[in-house]
Design a protein around this ligand. Structure first.
Ligand SMILES: O=C1O[C@H](COP(=O)(O)O)[C@@H](O)[C@H](O)[C@H]1O
Length: 282
């Protein structure tokens, strides 16, 4: 696909940064990106297993509900998961399920049985255990792939929205959940942002995906974007435990979708605003 509107940094190894002039351009490119991954996954595996998140990224999924995608995509092969959920009822304003249902899922013909939401009627501990169990069953029958490198589920695509503090999914800076290596899904009860109780994919699961997209928009994301993609050495100024900086696909590919505001502190390599942005090499 031609992406005339985006400033793109072609990857050193397995990452790429795309910067957009407008929300509309970002939504158009994101829709094409998701569509292409969906088509490849269905062709190669027979399924498309995608994990969604909350945050502003959901508002960028609208183009998928319109022509041509609403007609051309094989929605019957889509399987929907969440990279994180808040411990609230599904009809609560804070629910990531509610956000994505209203903003996307209600507008496309994905079979209800393919939508794997997180239990809102259990303790967070039980909901996390139950969600991991469901994912394990789907890995066994290969509806979700498996990473040969990590033995973790290999989602075809995990869509993340980065918070202003650099959190992704419900993995927050300096939180012990960042160190979990054996669990696929975990829970926290002390989120620094409300609501405190949440269920989240762990980093090994995120990093095992075939494709990871991180969306960040707005002025309040400038610092976190800079820290997350900086090629500087980690230390007092660049925290090692910034979750977005810890997203390193094992065998897959990471694409950042940024608006100009969020990307405003990235260093342009040769001083030309249409040229590439520096970022760290994995
Ligand atoms: O709490 C959450 O926040 C992030 C995004 O943060 P925001 O400040 O940009 O809304 C979201 O990605 C995540 O799924 C969610 O649970």
């Amino acid at each position: 696909m031609e992406r005339e509107s985006a400033t793109t940094y072609e990857p050193k190894r397995n990452s790429e940064i795309r910067v957009f002039e407008s929300s509309d351009e970002m939504a158009t490119d994101l829709a094409e990106y998701i569509s292409q991954i969906s088509e490849i996954s269905v062709k190669e595996r027979g399924y498309f297993a995608i994990a969604l998140s909350g945050g502003p990224l959901v508002s960028f999924l609208g183009k998928l509900c319109e022509a041509p995608y609403n007609k051309t995509l094989d929605w019957s092969k889509w399987y929907i998961f969440w990279s994180d959920e808040r411990a609230v009822a599904k009809n609560h304003a804070d629910s990531n399920y509610k956000l994505t249902k209203e903003g996307f899922l209600a507008k496309v013909p994905i079979p209800n049985g393919h939508v794997y939401s997180i239990n809102d009627n259990a303790t967070v501990e039980d909901a996390a255990t139950g969600y991991e169990f469901v994912i394990r069953q789907l890995v066994k029958v290969r509806t979700i792939g498996v990473s040969e490198s990590t033995d973790c589920p290999k989602f075809d695509l995990i869509l993340l929205d980065m918070g202003p503090d650099g959190h992704v999914a419900s993995l927050f800076p300096n939180h012990p959940a960042l160190e979990l290596n054996d669990d696929w899904v975990t829970y926290i009860t002390d989120s620094p942002q409300p609501p405190p109780e949440r269920i989240t994919f762990t980093l090994p699961v995120i990093n095992s995906a075939s494709n990871i997209a991180i969306v960040a928009t707005g002025n309040d994301k400038v610092k976190a974007v800079n820290l997350a993609v900086s090629d500087g050495t980690e230390g007092p100024d660049i925290p090692a435990s910034l979750p977005a900086r810890m997203v390193h696909p094992t065998d897959g590919k990471l694409v950042w979708f940024l608006d100009k505001a969020a990307a405003s502190s990235l260093e342009v390599e040769n001083g030309d605003a249409s040229s590439s942005y520096k970022h760290h090499e994995y």
